[in-house]
Design a protein around this ligand. Sequence first.
Ligand SMILES: [Cu+2]
Length: 479
Amino acid sequence: MTVLDNPPPPTASEPEGSDNSGKPIGSLLFFGMAGLLIALVASVAVIGVVGLFQDDNDGGGDGGSASAFSSVDVSLTEFSIGGNLTAVAGDVSLDVVNDGSIEHNLVARESGDKTPLLAAGESATLVLGSLAPGSYELFCDVPGHAESGMLTDLVVVGSGEGGGEASGAEEGEEEIDGAAMDKIMVDSMLAFPAETEGIGNEVLEYEMVDGFKQFELTAAITPWEVSPGEFVDAWTYNGMVPGPQIKVDLGDKVRVIITNETPLGTDIHWHGVHTPNSEDGVSPFTQDPISSGDTYTYEFEATDPAIGMYHAHLHSQISVINGMFAAFTIGDKPIPRGETISGVTIPADLVLDKEMPMVLNDAGVIGLTLNGKSFPATEPLVLEPGAWVGIDYYNEGLTAHPMHMHQFPQLVYAKDGIALDHPYWADTINVAPGERYSVIVHAEDPGVWVWHCHILTHVERETGMFGMVTAVIVQEAEG
Ligand SMILES: [Cu+2]
């Protein structure tokens, strides 16, 4: 269901809803994203014009000629395998370029042939030998990458075949159907915002027991709808991705009881939170692993302010990237009220109209996501004009993400929960794994303002927009 199909009435009293954005959203979103769209069409066009050609001496009469030779350009990015992945039966080789920002390789499933691990910008040729018509699976075998999207098929057709995408490739060049690609992209964008089951980051309730704020967590593998209709087996705390937020006050005594229903041992590390060494959650150094089926209790006093995270430490490359991560906050955030930064004065009596955690991930079964959801299932930030909003970025993934907000500068006032002596305004904030950046934004201008990771392959692929995109939606002022 798109917003255009079924616009619900705007509801001024419920600015947080993801489905109250009203009829103009689709068209506004389209124009707001026009730049991205153009960038995508241009980049895919480059990828699309690949050399699917045959030797001159393949005279056309002999459909299965062994002289046919296809060289196919393949582009590796986080996390997809791009290019016009078709070839003519005969000798096939792949010219593989790592256009991403981290290491990848390319493996042919059937033969096991593979390129070396390619650093960003490196290339290699993968010679596959003589291939009969059929489908040949290609993937990146860096752990987690195939699951995140780096899995595709090379389609090999007979040289006399006219079907499919190879039909226009007679004289060595593939025709690009630009209108069809435009439609795929625009349709994918107009699906925003889409509803899915499950919302992460719910604030976790506690009980007061023996003077402790006592929180309970269950770690388990549970279904999670990452994008509309796409359910994955996520590793979750209390069934949600990101896990529930824990918020306590300075000086609180904190008790967290975790029951481990995952098949692996686990622990909880309080990332960016001051604790006694015994509570640091790094088995086997500070505790034994919490075996599958066991329950374990952490206790510490919240002695220092924190804008932190909690996540598993043992087997983190499985459990964390698959969903076991969440926000942990101690005390008030050090917003620079009354200060003037680059000529802009923050009101001394500023009260935030809304706060939003923005947890980034890019790997495992969760993949490229904002708060556990891939576009168009990402939640928009819906605001009244003139609203002040606080956003805390947390990166629980494997690579950095430059988070760009259209129109509104973001005032960065804390890094990893530590107040900056010199806060600064920025429209793009590069958040590396493990980092947290805390910002406030003054959203003055109505409209749909796209908010996304600026690694463009983290937001678009040939099947349309996906991944790390959402929008700030500032509603029209009430007349
Ligand atoms: Cu990114």
